[in-house]
Design a protein around this ligand. Structure first.
Ligand code: HEC
Ligand code: HEC
Length: 280
């Protein structure tokens, strides 16, 4: 039975996959006069020959939206985050700004996440760090993973690392989580019986229906997706990809998605943070 499904899935995929030129059109990501590298050199033992940002696989129109902060629709949310940043809340009656000063105190943070956290006993994502601070320091109600507040704030803090290379810690207690994420990445799931790697490693550069397949990197998150009409988290994208292969997706914030995030981040080490990126 499993075999049949697998052949069927292979057939389905053959029907929708077609080759296209890899995104080597020579366009460069330049924002505010600064060039942001969209490729990185892969170490010898890296599963990919070259590490390439998702930006390179998008159409010229979508790329252009990300190149201009006035055109980039994610900046509406970032303005919202700037308001939240200054607004006192919770039992402390303090704002983020009262304790953290300027948001640029978080420069570099995005590059290191997920990062091992002793108190949580697991790697912490940006969402988890923000909520831990809201609960323990500000004394307010934590935000939902995919709430407007959380998406805006993760975009605003991530922006402070734009242009810096992804450089998370992969040793120590992170190693087990990255290993677990790697297993998930290569495990075929769902009715189409496909793993992340079947699309984002074996077929990047090819067309799947009308979409140009990328390496599925996460250096631009949260992303503004034109299809969503708003920002979305890394875990929302993972869930969407699992839905596509008709698998039962894990929950946002689950250990599975944290492990997968850690592993996918480790595959993109050296790529520049592009938060907030724009996708179709
Ligand atoms: C009452 C003071 C206080 C308030 C209010 C507060 N924080 Fe914090 N926050 C801290 C302290 C203390 C830490 C732990 C030390 C550190 O990493 O800066 C922290 C840690 C963090 C971290 C993790 C930083 C890191 O490098 O690990 C983030 C992200 C964060 N806060 C975001 C926020 C946001 C966003 C708000 C507003 C919604 C906020 N905090 C409100 C005191 C506060
Ligand atoms: C059937 C093929 C397929 C599978 C399997 C798949 N994806 Fe995707 N994924 C896509 C398509 C299509 C897109 C949108 C175009 C692109 O960026 O590749 C996408 C986009 C993404 C993106 C956004 C990249 C960016 O630059 O914005 C991430 C991250 C991602 N996928 C991760 C995953 C992970 C993790 C898995 C495994 C749980 C997975 N995908 C499984 C097809 C797939």
């Amino acid at each position: 039975m499993k075999r049949t499904v697998s052949i069927l899935a292979g057939g389905l995929l053959c029907g929708v996959l077609s080759t296209a030129a890899l995104a080597d059109d020579g366009r460069e990501l330049v924002i505010d006069g600064e060039t942001i590298a969209t490729t990185a050199v892969a170490a010898d033992d890296h599963p990919l020959d070259e590490i390439i940002s998702g930006w390179r696989f998008r159409s010229a129109e979508t790329q252009a939206l990300q190149m201009d902060d006035f055109e980039n629709p994610a900046f509406v949310a970032i303005e919202y985050a700037e308001e939240i940043w200054e607004t006192p809340a919770g039992t402390s009656n303090k704002s983020c700004a009262d304790c953290h000063g300027d948001a640029d105190s978080f420069a570099g943070l995005r590059t290191k996440l997920p990062r091992w956290n002793d108190e949580m006993g697991k790697p912490a994502t940006m969402e988890m760090l923000i909520n831990a601070s809201i609960e323990t320091h500000q004394g307010a109600e934590p935000w939902k993973w995919e709430s407007a507040e959380m998406l805006a704030m993760t975009a605003m803090i991530g922006l402070e690392s734009r242009g810096m290379p992804v450089a998370l810690e992969t040793d120590g207690p992170m190693a087990d989580w990255i290993k677990k994420g790697e297993e998930l990445y290569y495990t075929r799931v769902g009715l189409l019986n496909m793993a992340c790697a079947n699309c984002h490693e074996d077929n990047y550069g090819n067309m799947i229906r009308a979409d140009h397949l990328s390496q599925g990197q996460i250096n631009g998150f949260p992303v503004y997706r034109l299809k969503w009409g708003g920002l979305g988290s890394i875990h929302r994208r993972f869930k969407g990809c699992m839905d596509q292969v008709r698998a039962e997706p894990y929950k946002r914030g689950s250990d599975e998605f944290i492990a997968l995030e850690a592993y996918v981040a480790s595959r993109g080490m050296g790529l520049s943070v592009e938060t907030p990126s724009v996708r179709n």
